[in-house]
Design a protein around this ligand. Structure first.
Ligand SMILES: NC(=O)c1ccc[n+]([C@@H]2O[C@H](COP(=O)([O-])OP(=O)(O)OC[C@H]3O[C@@H](n4cnc5c(N)ncnc54)[C@H](O)[C@@H]3O)[C@@H](O)[C@H]2O)c1
Length: 497
């Protein structure tokens, strides 16, 4: 299936963050077990005398609807009263801030947008107006709606203003930089009323550290919108160490009011969606170093069922974003790279960025885009990859499509189990929801029965996947998640005999 522009754009939010993270290596061999199956894996399954059940489109939709309902009402918040949110403020009027402000305005909540840059504010207001006018022209909203939405947004370059003092909730969406974010919350702490909920839209930073100096830590929470925030349904609400049940209930109820699909997540690098994608992307980088070329990886994963391959997605999202985050983490320089980083996956993308190849925006990334948006193979990148393998002392080898799929997809799925195991997600069904609403794995269009988590099928799927994985490399089966361990080990042992 050819990916439409719309489908591409939906992938960007998560892709940005996972590209940011490809440098964080694994700490040793990782388990690759999980519940996804695809067309390619069906062949392996057939060889084992088992075919994966194909889920009917309606059945999948209704399963997802149930999962969304459950995710929006976590049992630990049952009976907890959310605080009313009758006014909101958004700090930072860039890509995310503008989109988040639109969500409030469209939900009938007046929103005060603040940015230190008047230019950024003007740009944001103009872009919102344009979007709403265009929606009115297409009769998606009424002309009056367009006017009302615009009228609900105010803009200020001063943080200390009346709207900020009165607001019920603030969402911070400034640069992804700890010092900048902490500075903003130090100011908000002085300006906002005691009963204001404080939220950060960080995609990678530790929310507890962001709120470390805030007086009312129990009022603080992560609210991770996805880009474009006015379009993407997913909202990961991140539970900080001190977030009170009322604060979490407020974020969850607000998510529903903003017509989002809210999921409660724990605080860790990448939360749910981006953390899973990190593993997926990193495995793709390792495959490059070991012998695969970009087009081979992308073709294998697109054929498996992804809307587009991970390297083309990286080019679309912008390789520079990931580079700057890796740089800030001290990962790009081997001298500052933390000892427990494990195998570093950022070598190839770092080199590309330093050559000015940031992806589609510079017309060059893993691929060449001189002729347009279609990724074209670039021999100079392929040479760079081959040279990198040499520098890393890796003897390149043929890598099969099956291996590409297994390593990337099983890694992705296994991380999902670890996320549940670590308590970052409460249930596998929450991961389904994140995938469907945020990672663009829609059941209606996906040619494979994804999202991956289908607990009902677990026994048969374990057998399929473990046998497939163990055939490729025993080491990849050596660290199964705790959740999977009993089944995984049994299956591994049987396959190895
Ligand atoms: N872009 C995405 O795909 C995406 C997705 C999810 C989350 N996020 C997160 O959202 C946040 C914002 O990302 P973005 O892509 O919108 O960034 P951006 O660069 O487009 O916008 C940031 C805005 O913040 C303003 N700003 C910077 N410092 C400020 C300060 N001290 N006070 C007020 N305004 C300030 C800047 O002028 C700029 O307009 C980041 O934390 C990012 O990780 C981004």
């Amino acid at each position: 299936m050819a990916p439409s522009h719309e489908r591409w754009s939906l992938s960007v939010s998560i892709a940005r963050a996972w590209l940011a993270a490809v440098g964080r290596g694994s700490r040793g061999a990782r388990g690759t077990v999980g519940l996804a199956v695809g067309r390619r894996l069906s062949a392996a399954a057939a060889a084992n005398g088992w075919m994966p059940p194909r889920e009917d489109k309606d059945a999948m939709k209704s399963r997802l609807a149930q999962a969304q309902k459950a995710a929006a009402a976590p049992p630990q918040l049952a009976g907890v009263k959310p605080r009313p949110v009758q006014s909101a403020a958004v700090i930072g009027s860039g890509t995310m801030g503008a989109g988040i402000a639109m969500c409030f305005a469209e939900a009938g909540i007046p929103v005060a947008l603040h940015d230190t840059s008047q230019e950024a504010l003007d740009r944001a207001l103009a872009s919102m107006r344009k979007t709403w006018e265009s929606a009115a022209k297409k009769e998606r909203i009424s002309p009056q709606d367009a006017l009302d939405f615009s009228a609900r947004v105010s803009a200020e370059t001063r943080l200390d203003n009346d709207s900020m003092r009165a607001t019920d909730l603030v969402v911070e969406a400034v640069f992804e930089n700890m010092a900048v974010k902490k500075g903003v919350f130090a100011e908000l702490d002085k300006v906002c009323k005691e009963s204001a909920t404080l939220a950060t839209n960080t995609s990678t930073l530790n929310v507890d550290e962001i709120f470390a100096d805030v007086r009312n830590k129990h009022m603080a929470v992560g609210m991770h919108f996805f880009s474009p925030a006015n379009v993407m349904p997913l909202l990961e609400n991140i539970k900080g160490a001190h977030s009170s049940p009322e604060t979490l209930a407020t974020a969850m109820a607000l998510g529903v009011k903003l017509r989002k699909v809210p999921v409660l997540a724990g605080n860790c690098f990448g939360f749910i969606g981006n953390r899973m994608f990190e593993v997926y992307a990193r495995e793709a980088m390792f495959l490059l170093e070991e012998g695969a070329l970009p087009h081979q990886i992308d073709a294998a994963l697109a054929a498996w069922g992804m809307a587009m391959g991970p390297l083309a997605v990286g080019d679309l999202a912008g390789l520079d974003i990931g580079y700057s985050i890796r740089k800030e983490q001290g990962l790009t320089d081997p001298k500052t790279r933390p000892a427990d980083t494990g195998r570093y996956g950022g070598t190839v993308p770092d080199k590309l960025v330093l050559l000015g190849r940031s992806g589609q925006k510079t017309k060059k990334g893993f691929y060449d885009y001189s002729a347009g948006r279609t990724p074209e193979r670039d021999p100079s990148v392929e040479d760079l990859i081959i040279q990198t393998s040499k520098e890393l002392g890796i003897t390149r080898r043929e890598i099969s499509e099956q291996e590409i799929i297994e390593r990337c997809v099983f890694g992705l799925i296994n991380e999902g189990f670890k996320i549940v195991d670590d308590g970052i997600a409460a249930a596998t069904s929450d991961i389904d929801v994140v995938y469907a609403a945020g990672c663009e794995l829609p059941p209606a269009v996906a040619p494979v029965p994804i999202p991956p988590f289908r607990p009902a099928d677990s026994d048969t799927l374990w057998r399929l996947q473990i046998s497939g994985t163990a055939r490729g490399s025993d080491s990849r089966c050596s660290l199964p998640t705790r959740l999977a361990r009993s089944k995984c080990w049994k299956a591994c042992e049987n396959t190895r005999k």
